[in-house]
Write a protein that binds this ligand. Structure first.
Ligand code: C2O
Ligand code: CU
Ligand code: CU
Length: 464
């Protein structure tokens, strides 16, 4: 994404800064304290389509010998990878074992409004709710997290987030690396700030423009390393941070292939040297380790040239490793869609507690837009700069996967020519989306900097 600056500004620094200068809060990784093999979330599969998902509190040994109080789904930190199939009838038996209300939101899932798990669907402590729907979307890497008004940012920060893998018949025939934990790995990126007792004190760390931490966790692991074979390896990346943006690259400068966006495969692999993800966004990439040796120093880095995760290459090869990657999808933006007039205009504006959409802050009792089920509408979203320049807002819509028609009137980059549910909109930019809801209900749209969402940068569309 050339010319795009995805670094956030923190409110604190904004007060002392004038002009449009991006402030970065570097990650302070300390690989000298030893590397830990990357944790893998448990895979949750169910032939009968019935999944039990419990939000609970617990302690996690993130640092050796120290118990950190955390939240998790079916465990003490993060959640399982829920594996579902296109066409499958599924039931998510959700259960709140926290001592505070929560919701279960399925980010990126094409789901009827009553099951979406937005702020209207609060579960009190001890409550359970069965969410039933038929999977109507193709292979993709989606995720889930809580969404209660006033506590979303804190609950996610404490560890509530999990992945959903959708599989379909087509994806099984592509020969993509797909052995979970062997040549197909999830990577959930989260930055956290630990206090002197190595606890997650959200109130102390909180920033109104997005809480930024100096410690990176990948799948809940500090200082992770990943052992891979001399073969093609698929990485499913989720920016699960409250606010930090990442631009991923390899320390060797080598390219990798991006094969999927938020909501499914790209039509064909796109060769990339770096890849940016704002909070909420996902991407799948393939790195070909067959061209390296065991002794190759290769790691995933970010835009600050900080080593996020070294790869440890061993001599093994999985059976499923593939050689050719082609025709992954048949995504297309049609002429009809390009000709549609803009029917919804949104203006994102402000900083900190003063963030708004169309000059309004979120109100549970106000419906901001309506839209007809199954009808495509063009949403035009403008990120209005302020005197300080402004900042990037990752804009997300519930219950749908949309198409990016244009960014400032131009075609989106080729690696965004695919299904999306979250789009990074830089200050001053205007983005046009083709949006269609397949189900009825009330859906949220919001900035996915979780503190902005909490501060009211959110609205509701009623699909009828
Ligand atoms: Cu990730 Cu309102 O959602
Ligand atoms: Cu969502
Ligand atoms: Cu924002």
């Amino acid at each position: 994404m050339e010319g795009m600056d995805h670094s956030n500004m923190s409110g604190k620094n904004m007060e002392t800064m004038n002009g449009h200068e991006s402030h970065t809060n570097p990650l302070a990784l300390n690989h000298s304290t030893g590397e830990n093999e990357l944790a893998l979330p448990p895979l949750l599969e169910a032939k009968d389509g019935i999944f039990t998902i419990t939000a609970q509190q617990g302690t996690s040994e993130i640092f050796k010998g120290i118990n950190t109080e955390t939240y998790g789904y079916n465990g003490s930190y993060l959640g399982p990878v829920i594996k579902i199939n296109e066409g499958q009838k599924v039931t998510f038996k959700t259960n709140n074992q926290l001592s505070e209300p929560t919701t279960f939101h399925w980010h990126g899932v094409d789901i009827p409004g009553e099951g979406d798990g937005g702020p209207h669907h609060l579960l009190q402590p001890g409550d359970t709710k069965n969410v039933k729907f038929t999977v109507k979307q193709g292979a993709s890497t989606l995720w889930f997290h809580p969404h209660p008004v006033g506590a979303t940012a804190e609950q996610v920060y404490k560890g509530l987030a999990g992945l959903i893998y959708v599989e379909d018949e087509h994806s099984k025939k592509l020969g993509l690396p797909s052995e979970y934990g062997v040549n197909d790995f999830p990577l959930v990126f989260q930055d956290r700030k630990f206090d002197d007792n190595k606890q997650l004190n959200f109130k102390a760390a909180m920033n109104e423009d997005g809480t930024i931490g100096d410690t990176l966790l990948i799948n809940g692991t500090v200082n992770p390393k990943l052992t891979v074979g001399k073969e093609k390896v698929r990485l499913r990346l989720l920016n699960g941070s409250n606010a930090r943006n990442y631009t991923f690259k390899l320390n060797t400068g080598d390219s990798f292939q991006q094969i999927a966006t938020d909501g499914g495969f790209l039509n064909k692999p796109i060769s990339m040297n770096e890849l940016s993800l704002t909070p909420g966004e996902r991407a799948e990439i393939i790195i070909d380790f067959s061209k390296y040796n065991k002794s190759t120093d290769i790691s995933l880095m970010n835009e600050e040239d900080i080593k996020l995760m070294p790869f440890n290459i061993v001599d093994k090869k999985s059976e499923t490793s593939s050689d050719s990657l082609k025709n992954l999808n048949n995504y297309v933006v049609t002429d009809e869609e390009r000709k549609l007039p803009v029917s919804k205009k949104l203006e994102l504006f402000g900083m900190g507690k003063m963030v708004t959409i169309n000059n309004k802050q979120f109100d549970m009792n106000r419906i901001d837009f309506t839209q007809k089920q199954g009808e495509t509408e063009i949403w035009e979203i403008y990120n209005k700069p302020d005197m300080m320049g402004g900042m990037t807002h990752p804009f997300h819509i519930h219950g749908t996967q949309f198409k990016i028609l244009s960014i400032d009137g131009k075609e989106p980059p080729t690696n965004e020519y695919g299904w999306k549910d979250t789009v990074a909109i830089d200050a001053g930019e205007t983005v046009r989306l083709a949006v269609k809801f397949n189900n009825k209900g009330i859906y949220m749209f919001h900035c996915h900097i979780l503190e902005h969402e909490e501060n009211g940068m959110m609205g509701q569309v009623k699909v009828e």
